[in-house]
Design a protein around this ligand. Structure first.
Ligand SMILES: [Fe+2]
Ligand SMILES: [Fe+2]
Length: 291
């Protein structure tokens, strides 16, 4: 009976005072239980909201770092933000647990952090890179990994494997190590798919955007060569959802002019050596001021 919530018992024949005392004490105990349960719920909600706050801050710090690392590539800001969001969506669709989904959403933003050490002449080159220049550009993977190396924080450990392996290919023909198949960390296989899709479907320094169908045909041709087939298939299923999110962000963007002006002022205080164009999309508007 105790496990069903009984607090005591009364003996027949009933003594009125006994019954009153027993009922009163049972009610007291029940009240205390309800208070404790509500308190527990309140604490859980508080922890959840604090965790979300911390996540939000982490994301912002990382976005600004990624942005500073590639500030000479004006198309970086929105690109890394999309890579973060879409990598999280894809990881979730692949059944990752929520903590790791949160991690990849932030870690993926840092995939090209190693570009901080690559010369503008190479990063901004619009013509095809020479073989020597390509060798230099490829180093951004190992430089990124060394920036993120030896951390005890799981988020940064994941960021390191992504920075190092996001140009590896399923068939072993990628760089820097020529890893193949499941030897490539799953996080990096996810970012590889998302990164290529985004690069194809948005104008970047090295080329204009290409139509969606063409981009998907190119990606399908890379199935089992460039991309993990299971991850690519899952990503293609997610594309309608990705479009829905993209459209809702664009919709919100039309109502945020005032907020943006505040962001510019804030950014100019943080990056005094950079200027910000108010005529392009927000995270793309950073450029270095001439010394
Ligand atoms: Fe890269
Ligand atoms: Fe990228």
């Amino acid at each position: 009976m105790l496990h069903l919530g009984a607090f005591g018992y009364v003996i027949k024949p009933l003594d009125q005072r006994d019954v009153v005392m027993n009922v009163a004490s049972a009610l007291e105990r029940r009240k205390a239980m309800i208070i404790a349960r509500d308190h527990q719920k309140l604490l859980e909600a508080l922890v959840e909201s604090r965790t979300a706050q911390i996540r939000h801050r982490e994301e912002e710090v990382v976005l600004r770092l990624a942005w500073a690392a590639e500030s000479h590539d004006k198309s970086t800001g929105d690109h890394v933000r999309r890579i973060g969001v879409q990598s999280g969506m894809l990881a979730e669709a692949l059944g990752w647990e929520s903590r790791r989904v949160d991690d990849i959403r932030v870690a993926a933003i840092m995939h090209d952090i190693g570009k901080i050490a690559i010369a503008d002449g190479i990063l901004l080159k619009t013509d095809r890179l020479t073989p020597q220049e390509f060798e230099v550009a490829k180093q951004h993977t190992e430089i990124g990994a060394s920036i993120l190396d030896a951390s005890e924080i799981p988020l940064l450990q994941m960021a390191k494997e992504i920075a190092l392996c996001h140009h590896e290919k399923w068939d072993g023909s990628g760089y820097p190590r020529g890893l193949a198949g499941e030897a490539i960390p799953e996080s990096a296989r996810i970012v590889a798919v998302v990164d290529v899709y985004d690069a194809l479907t948005h104008a970047r320094v090295y080329g204009p955007a290409i139509p969606e169908e063409e981009a998907l045909a190119i990606m399908q041709a890379g199935r089992e060569k460039h991309f993990d087939p299971r991850i690519l298939d899952r990503f293609i299923e997610l594309i309608p959802e990705i479009h829905r999110i993209r459209d809702s962000i664009a919709q919100r963007g039309r109502h945020r002019d005032d907020a943006e002006e505040e962001t510019f002022t804030e950014l100019e205080a943080i990056f005094p050596t950079h200027s910000f164009s108010r005529t392009e999309s927000p995270l793309n508007r950073i450029s270095r001021k001439e010394p």
